[in-house]
Write a protein that binds this ligand. Sequence first.
Ligand SMILES: C[S@@+](CC[C@H](N)C(=O)[O-])C[C@H]1O[C@@H](n2cnc3c(N)ncnc32)[C@H](O)[C@@H]1O
Length: 218
Amino acid sequence: MEIREIYPGVYKSKNKLFTEPLINESVYGEKILKINGKTLREWLPGRSKLGAAIMKGLKEFPIKKDSLVLYLGAASGTTISHVSDIARNGMIYGVEFSPIVGRQLLSLAEKRFNLVPIISDASLPESYESLVPIVDVIFQDIAQRHQVEILVRNAKKFLKRNGYAMIAVKARSIDVASKPTMVFREVRSQLEESFEILQELRLEPWERDHAFFLLLFS
Ligand SMILES: C[S@@+](CC[C@H](N)C(=O)[O-])C[C@H]1O[C@@H](n2cnc3c(N)ncnc32)[C@H](O)[C@@H]1O
């Protein structure tokens, strides 16, 4: 299989994505393979909006080996585990408000030394300000009506100047009645008040009616 490193720490074959596992253990049923002498963990784009955005041609990938990342909506740890593989010398602060799914996040963080789990509400960034420093990147995937407002609140508190943000938006979570294109236009204009929009992608065929924005905070 021919594999290329498309961003530092992110590998791609013709139609598959991989990261180099920080811990040699499957997190969500994905395969760990040895390819051309390298151990790689499959990153399934159908299970991860960040993975889907990469497959759709994300033109810049702001998460580097030593990045500090604030991850809002960490759930049980699927995507954040790949972020932890990539930012292996950095630190990832994962916020999740459901204590039930958060339990898996806590056990993931026991094995991954660069993961700080925070069971809290991302709309109340002051509740975790003592745990999170100024970060290089914020990633948000919370599928909530006021998610842009929540992202902006966190960016103002934690994101460095000229830092990056990425947000996955599910049209139906914002407005069930409107067409996704109308919802995304409204989201775009809200985001433009605080960020420069570097790229907007749709996530089909992996996620229906989802948009993904790559943003610069100035
Ligand atoms: C679509 S899932 C995230 C999936 C995850 N990003 C992944 O790819 O592995 C959305 C998650 O956001 C969480 N969430 C929703 N609103 C939140 C909030 N205000 N604060 C923290 N977490 C929130 C939900 O509990 C849910 O686990």
